[in-house]
Design a protein around this ligand. Structure first.
Ligand code: ZN
Length: 90
């Protein structure tokens, strides 16, 4: 019967959908992305231009997450905690 084919297809579809949602919904950059961006910036904060250790920095979405910015390295910049706090306006 065709049952196994249908199951296979729905299995693939669910996987793609899950993968997509994972990218759409995850807001926090993981450590690998942070490290990658940190090294690309040579440890320099994008806002104040000073050098920091990675532990003193936070990952920031260039295009804000709530405006559809994705949680990918291309949309990530590393800011020092102070600049990040200032940027978020709290
Ligand atoms: Zn800074």
């Amino acid at each position: 019967m065709l049952d196994s084919d249908v199951q296979k297809k729905s299995g693939i579809y669910a996987y793609v959908l899950d993968d997509d949602e994972r990218h759409l919904n995850i807001r926090a950059f993981d450590d690998n992305m942070k490290r990658e961006v940190y090294e690309k910036q040579n440890g320099i904060c994008k806002m104040c231009g000073k050098h920091f250790e990675i532990e003193q920095m936070e990952a920031d979405h260039i295009t804000p997450w709530h405006e559809g910015g994705r949680t990918v390295a291309d949309n990530c910049q590393m800011l020092c905690k102070e600049c990040n706090r200032r940027k978020s306006g709290k």
